[in-house]
Design a protein. Structure first.
Length: 300
């Protein structure tokens, strides 16, 4: 395949992933409106996505066996992802999905702050600028007099960002990188399915949805927002590299705002737009910095 065609196809794959994740908040809140409990939404989403992923792993004969050293870090990644999905979907109960997504995307700034505090990275103008822009965006969104934000939702969304930090650290660990990305996704989905099965069991929430009115939203979440999104991201990264993919994926909150406005009537205030711009600006700085580092290492 020619280089230009590879870039185009890779970009399309990553855009599909970004749009799929961007529509997730709106679809989840539509499922809530149909009377589906958070626990039921998550169990069904991961249950069906898990079946599809492991069927794909089996058909493609992807190696998935792991030893003890990989299992420990794989468990860390899976538990971090469970934290992401749990806090994010709880945030959807209290604040709009678009704002929850935007706030969760403060995690790159958190990673920068952690790196500088621990001495893993030296402070630089770009890093400090990204950190300040992200925090300023967060403050502008939260202190918006035109929207009555439930602080529970804000804290859950920021909890999602914290879990993203640990999830990113786990994925970047050497032993996790040694595994096939589809196998890692398969285990993460399996852990998430089991965890949310237990949540349904102990909370008394329904295990499965009732009727097509509820199931249609679960089908979109499982097939499009989980299974297809994961496959397209893996395919896209192979074609254009993680740096470029990360930059494209930066626009997930933009799609979350668009779908939130179109599908569930989210309010887009001046504060929301300004704060979103600052957070997106911070993410772009981080991703461009990472891409340059990869280019210098000859990895992209």
């Amino acid at each position: 395949m020619k280089n230009d065609n590879r870039k185009l196809l890779g970009t399309i794959f990553i855009l599909i992933t970004t749009i799929s994740y961007g529509i997730l908040p709106a679809i989840s809140q539509l499922a809530y409106r149909e009377g589906v409990a958070v626990e039921t939404v998550l169990f069904n989403k991961f249950f069906y996505a898990c079946i599809l992923m492991w069927a794909y792993i089996g058909i493609k004969r992807i190696p998935f066996k792991t030893d003890k050293k990989h299992f420990v870090f794989l468990s860390f990644v899976a538990l971090s992802y469970i934290g992401i999905s749990t806090t994010l979907y709880e945030a959807f109960k209290y604040i709009s999905g678009s704002i929850a997504t935007i706030l969760s995307f403060t995690f790159p700034a958190m990673i920068i702050a952690l790196e500088m505090i621990t001495g893993l990275e030296k402070p630089s103008f770009k890093k400090i600028l990204a950190l300040m822009a992200s925090m300023a965006g967060l403050i502008i969104i939260v202190w918006d007099s035109n929207i009555d934000l439930n602080m529970k939702g804000v804290f859950f969304a920021l909890g999602t960002a914290v879990c993203y930090v640990f999830y990113t650290m786990g994925l970047s660990e050497k032993r996790t990188k040694e595994m096939n990305s589809m196998a890692v996704a398969g285990y993460v989905l399996l852990y998430s399915t089991l965890f949310n099965f237990l949540r349904c069991f102990f909370s008394g929430a329904a295990m499965f949805t009732k009727g097509m009115g509820q199931f249609k939203y679960i089908a979109v979440l499982a097939v499009i927002c989980a299974f297809v999104a994961i496959l397209c991201y893996a395919a896209g990264v192979k074609l254009i590299g993680p740096g470029t993919a990360g930059i494209i994926n930066t626009f997930e909150p933009v799609f979350a705002c668009i779908f939130g406005y179109l599908l569930v009537g989210d309010i887009l205030t001046i504060n929301t737009l300004a704060g979103s711009f600052l957070i997106l600006f911070a993410i772009l700085i981080v991703n461009i910095r990472v891409r340059k580092e990869k280019l210098n290492e000859g990895k992209v």
